[in-house]
Design a protein around this ligand. Structure first.
Ligand SMILES: Cc1cc2nc3c(=O)[nH]c(=O)nc-3n(C[C@H](O)[C@H](O)[C@H](O)COP(=O)(O)O)c2cc1C
Length: 184
């Protein structure tokens, strides 16, 4: 079993990275192989909506680093999508990858993704659930559409500055435990 985390924050070592690290550590201790990919380190271009990947039996031909993301996704049994809330949605980095998942929305692509487990880790500054609801709904609807199986979420509200999450050990513990739970 392999857990692959796609880190969607532009801020290295920020709240989302820390949440993801704890989940990966728990999963690692439960016997999973783990891997993380910082999207900020990749050159990623937005989907052109050309639909060539639907018409032709070939991968997306945009010349960038998305191949690394596709390969990591294909290697994974479980996928962790980690992003802060940016304007009630995901970051541009995560959304760019999300749009490029359209290659899996074709008959020969769907079985490559469907059936994998998927989790989310989200950090944001406002207090309470309102600010995260649209993003959670985006994930829920998209997972269902793509056949990804919801395996859990860890959500930290009230965290603005990069290290604010360290003042919430209970949320970090929750992330660790969620990672551990993937091993059973
Ligand atoms: C462009 C931008 C948009 C943001 N939009 C929101 C928002 O809509 N709601 C919110 O609660 N926080 C928002 N934030 C705050 C971040 O979600 C918060 O600082 C988070 O902890 C960042 O996570 P990171 O440390 O992993 O980068 C925004 C931050 C930026 C830079």
């Amino acid at each position: 079993m392999r857990l692959v985390a796609l880190l969607g924050s532009p801020r290295r070592g920020g709240n989302t990275d820390t949440l993801a690290e704890h989940m990966l550590r728990g999963a690692g201790e439960a016997g999973l192989e783990t891997e993380s990919l910082a999207l900020r380190s990749l050159r990623l271009r937005p989907c052109l909506g050309c639909e060539k990947c639907w018409r032709d039996d070939r991968p997306c031909l945009l010349p960038d680093d998305m191949d690394q993301v596709y390969d990591a996704i294909l290697r994974a049994d479980c996928l962790l999508f980690a992003t802060p809330v940016y304007w009630y949605g995901p970051t541009t980095l995560l959304k760019t990858v999300w749009d490029r998942l359209v290659v899996f929305n074709r008959p020969q692509g769907r079985p490559l993704l469907a059936g994998k487990s998927a989790l989310v880790a989200i950090a944001y500054e406002e207090e309470g659930p309102d600010a995260v609801e649209p993003l959670l709904r985006m994930f829920e609807l998209s997972f269902a559409y793509l056949g990804l199986l919801w395996a859990g979420s860890v959500i930290a509200d009230g965290v603005g500055p990069a290290v604010a999450i360290l003042a919430k050990p209970e949320v970090l513990e929750e992330a660790y435990r969620l990672g551990m739970s993937l091993g059973v």
